[in-house]
Design a protein around this ligand. Structure first.
Ligand SMILES: O=C(O)CCC(=O)C(=O)O
Length: 251
């Protein structure tokens, strides 16, 4: 697919909160880490979701109170892309995306998907905190998070695979959902469209407030996923997909 590289900028400098890890004594830092750990309860047991070439794990990561708090914090901290930055290129055509989007992560990191390259803004405190919980829960580390905000059930995401070569195939994509519960649908690549080669049922989930879905390898090689329109949903939702980008794949 043709690459469409916007002039790279991070648009949220004005409102970006300062990272808190600064000039702290080891003891202060340890205390702060202990407190942060105390803020979270333990996730409920994992549920395995499997089909041919599909391997996912699902759990409730946060209690309702924790998830409410995180949602509120993210509403204050995250600054979403606007203008050209809020567009993608599909089959050579530029489209506005039917939701809001923002990219955060380690300093200087870029990620290219849907024909656009995004420069990560530096982690906000809450994104960093949720990322730490996901790391503690999964043992995986992440250097990038894509934030998608759906104002209501009209906002959606079309079928796609997160199969970019610069993503570490050994690291799952960790998807944290906050706010309105939404349907999430996997469809096998051979069972899409009217002229599909095979008859395979889609795999449908409901992603709950405070949930974590791990899309493990090789899911994204074989299965497309989407978040369809749901007209009855009137409340907003924020989704965070934590990813590990391979630095040695960068040109
Ligand atoms: O909002 C969601 O759950 C879908 C997110 C997604 O598919 C993505 O970030 O690639």
């Amino acid at each position: 697919m043709e690459k469409f590289v916007n002039k790279l900028s991070c648009t949220n400098n004005a409102r970006r909160p300062q990272k808190r890890i600064k000039l702290e004594s080891d003891e202060r830092m340890k205390q702060r880490e202990d407190n942060e750990e105390d803020e979270f309860s333990h996730p409920v047991p994992w549920q395995k979701i499997e089909s041919e070439g599909l391997d996912c794990d699902y759990a409730l990561l946060l209690s309702k109170e924790e998830a409410d708090h995180m949602f509120k914090q993210l509403e204050e901290e995250v600054v979403y892309s606007t203008g050209e930055e809020a567009k993608v290129r599909v089959f050579g055509k530029v489209h506005s995306i039917p939701r809001q989007q923002a990219a955060y992560g380690d300093a200087g990191l870029t990620y290219t998907y849907s024909g656009v390259t995004r420069l990560a803004c530096l982690w906000t405190p809450t994104l960093e905190q949720i990322g730490d919980v996901v790391t503690k829960t999964t043992g995986q580390t992440f250097n990038f998070v894509l934030v998608n905000r759906y104002k209501d059930g009209q906002d959606h995401m079309g079928e796609h695979r997160d199969d970019e070569k610069e993503l570490d195939p050994l690291c799952p994509i960790a998807s944290v959902s906050l706010g309105a519960a939404r349907d999430f649908i996997f469809r096998h690549r051979d069972a899409r469209g009217k002229r599909s080669r095979r008859q395979m049922d889609p795999v449908k989930l409901e992603l709950a407030h405070g949930s974590l879905l791990l899309m493990n390898s090789p899911t994204n090689a074989f299965w497309y996923h989407s978040l369809p329109v749901r007209k009855k949903v009137s409340l907003p939702r924020i989704n965070l997909t934590f990813r590990r980008i391979l630095l040695d794949r960068k040109k």
